[in-house]
Design a protein around this ligand. Sequence first.
Ligand code: MG
Length: 176
Amino acid sequence: MNKKNVVHSKVVEQATSEALQRRGVELIDIAEIVHEMQLPYNQDLTLERCLDSVKSVLKKRELQHAILVGIELDELCEQGKLSEPLQEIIQADEGLFGVDETIALGAVFTYGSIAVTTFGHLDKNKTGIINQLDTEKGRGVNTFLDDLVASVAASAASRIAHRLRDEEEAIDSQYD
Ligand code: MG
């Protein structure tokens, strides 16, 4: 591979955070979901720690790439730039489309089974800002974005679960 053509990780990380901001998603909104998911298991868990976890998982390429692809498709769809019938399918956020969930689900695998089951829970229950994004229909296209937010939240929640145990056992965490 020609090294000149490789995009630096910092560029990808920056683009990801700009894309989320542009779409109205603040990291604290995601941290609140993480807090709600993990509080039953860790009564002392602070929102600040959840925010740190969200920032950490956003350093992972799997998540960055999924976010960039999904938001790009949402935005191109908003601009009417996709070809038919994909334009109409994404615009309508058709329930059977499923590619939005698949891309987001694929991005959580780094964080193991807790991330997968938490993602499933969030996809179904649409906690916090996920619900807001899902019901914002008519005000832009968020077909991919709601699932991507669930993906970040699920990863950050799983990361916390594993790290808390690792701290209890005073071992180096497997999930950085
Ligand atoms: Mg969706």
